[in-house]
Design a protein around this ligand. Structure first.
Ligand code: NDP
Length: 228
């Protein structure tokens, strides 16, 4: 697989980049030389050194519109979009799932990335080899959807659907869209018992960001292996 070793001159946006896996992906992309815009819901949030903080709550189309029309139309390019922002509230089956949790989860994990793509895909397809990396979960893999947390599972299955859609619609224009399960990672979402460090969790998402034109697209990955 051909990979970019140096992302100098390239521009990336990572959503939810103030903590957890998103912060680590942003840090990695900055270390590889990209100009990284780190999405945060508050301008008081801290983002990794060297990254440019942008106000971005993915449930707020106004925020998305503002960065598309502001920062990115000024910069004039976007090479890498990482839809990482997400929430996870686990446990109940569908009978017990509160409607408010269904709304919140779908709004953040599915509608959010859809709106971000709606506003930024036009810029991504101007590059040959623009990349969308959707941080999904094995809990959203259609072949293993049992085990509770239906809102979260369906939100991630939907995100995988968005990935397939983007590939089908835009790959001919050079866009690569891939989804990735980071594994079970020690973050606020994953909890302290999780097996993986954020460094390990961010490794495959970062690897997908390094894809060069013609690499695989429309796929679902874990540990640099295609799982769907
Ligand atoms: P964290 O809880 O550590 O971080 C979540 C990030 O998403 C924070 O930056 C948070 O911002 C941001 N966020 C939440 N809601 C919004 C919103 N509406 N708009 C913008 N940003 C938002 O989670 P992880 O780092 O563990 O998770 C990152 C991604 O990885 C998620 O999509 C998650 O589903 C996925 N994942 C994680 C796994 C794990 O084991 N940790 C396993 C499988 C998938 P704020 O600080 O403002 O809340």
């Amino acid at each position: 697989m051909e990979l970019h070793d140096d992302l100098g001159g390239q521009v990336a946006l990572v959503t939810g980049a103030n903590r957890g896996i998103g912060a680590e992906i942003a840090r990695n992309l900055n270390d590889l030389g990209a100009t990284v815009y780190a999405g945060a819901r508050s301008m008081n949030a801290e983002v990794p050194d060297g990254c440019e903080k942008v106000l971005l709550d993915v449930t707020q189309e106004g925020d998305i519109d503002a960065i598309a029309d502001g920062v990115f139309s000024e910069v004039g390019r976007l090479d890498i979009l990482v839809n990482n922002a997400g929430i996870g509230e686990f446990g109940d089956d569908i009978v017990a799932e509160p409607p408010s949790r269904i709304d919140r989860t779908l709004a953040t994990n599915l509608r959010g990335p859809m709106l971000v793509c709606k506003h930024l895909v036009p810029l991504l397809v101007q590059q040959d080899g623009g990349r969308v990396v959707n941080v999904s979960s094995g809990m959203g893999q259609l072949s293993g959807m049992d085990g509770g947390s239906p809102a979260y599972r369906v939100s991630k299955a939907g995100l995988n659907g968005l990935t397939t859609y983007l590939h089908g619609e835009y790959n001919e224009q050079g866009l690569m869209a891939n989804a990735v399960c980071p594994g079970w990672v020690r973050t606020d979402l994953g909890g302290e018992d999780a097996e993986r460090s954020v460094e390990k969790g961010a490794a495959t998402p970062t690897w997908l960001c390094r894809f060069t034109p013609g690499n695989p697209s429309g796929a679902f990955w874990r540990d640099k292996e295609r799982i769907d």
